[in-house]
Design a protein. Structure first.
Length: 298
């Protein structure tokens, strides 16, 4: 079998959608792929997408994006089912590893998936990942009290630069950039600045929690759910109940917008955050593990 690797083109959309549906149909809260959704995700997530072909027939694909920590993240990997499936997948993964700009390649995978063994066989190690958590919204929650010199409010229309600064400083890397608010307004109507809850100290935003409608899932799963994130607090203002107060405010905002549930993702290793979220009624629905490999030739 002679496999050729080439860049993705729009002509590949029909088979790519079919391959993704076959690969991910059993994943948690699966939403079917159509050509429009495939193209939208490639554009929104800035995915570098490659296809594997034999005699002009597409047999598989891989899509990656670069993380801020010089890590290449594999977002999609799918190949035609059959006796050559693993060989096609391995060829695609090898192509990514060979051309990775950083020194590490990673991917996310549901806890307990049979695919974990495939990644271990490729030299990847299983590491802590992210918990998907959700909570019911069946009434207004009390807001934990913040210090008297802290003001809790919604973001103003001229404060995107301040929001980007507090989120990026809180995360320690570039989680947001200017223009993200406009993108969310386009992708997730009726989102606007009112959906962003912030804590202000001395005319400076020191903590923020972004709420949005969970647009894709509301459409395809017929739910009324909101999504929280990103959320961040400046290091010097942590342990002051700001995150819990803003999260409760965001949950109340979503409830008043007609949402009956809310979801988010948080690191398995963020013990304090998980404890805070459990106190607000969140439960773990799914765990997404990280498979990671250090490249020897980096």
């Amino acid at each position: 079998m002679t496999i050729q690797i080439s860049g993705f083109a729009n002509k590949h959309l029909p088979i790519v959608a079919r391959l993704l549906n076959a690969e991910y149909r059993s994943s948690y809260e699966f939403i079917p792929f159509d050509e429009e959704r495939v193209l939208s995700q490639i554009q929104r997530r800035h995915l570098k997408t490659l296809v594997a072909e034999e005699n002009g027939k597409v047999l598989g694909l891989i899509a990656t994006h670069a993380e801020e920590n010089s890590e290449e993240d594999i977002h999609w990997l799918a190949a035609s089912e059959g006796h050559n499936q693993r060989a096609i997948e391995n060829t695609l993964v090898n192509e990514v590893e060979k051309n990775a700009k950083g020194d590490t390649v990673s991917t996310g995978i549901d806890e307990g998936s049979l695919r974990i063994k495939d990644w271990i066989d490729r030299g990847y190690t299983l590491q802590p990942g992210f918990q998907r958590m959700s909570a019911r919204l069946d009434g207004l929650k009390p807001i934990p009290k913040a210090a008297e010199d802290i003001k809790l409010r919604s973001l103003r229309t001229d404060e995107e630069e301040k929001l980007v600064a507090v989120v990026n400083n809180g995360f320690g890397w570039q989680r947001l950039e200017l223009g993200d608010l406009d993108a969310w307004k386009s992708e997730d109507p009726p989102f606007n600045e009112d959906w962003v809850q912030v804590a202000e100290f001395d005319e400076r935003i020191v903590s923020a929690v972004v709420a949005r409608p969970d647009t894709d899932y509301n459409k395809y799963l017929h739910v009324k759910r909101g999504h929280l994130g990103p959320a961040a607090t400046l290091p010097e203002f942590r342990n002051k109940h700001l995150a819990s107060a803003l999260t409760a405010r965001a949950m109340n905002f979503l409830f008043e917008k007609g949402m009956d549930s809310v979801r988010l993702g948080t690191s398995e290793q963020n013990v304090s955050s998980i404890a805070l979220l459990r106190s607000l009624g969140f439960q773990v629905n799914n765990v997404r593990k990280i498979m990671r490999k250090k490249l020897k030739n980096a």
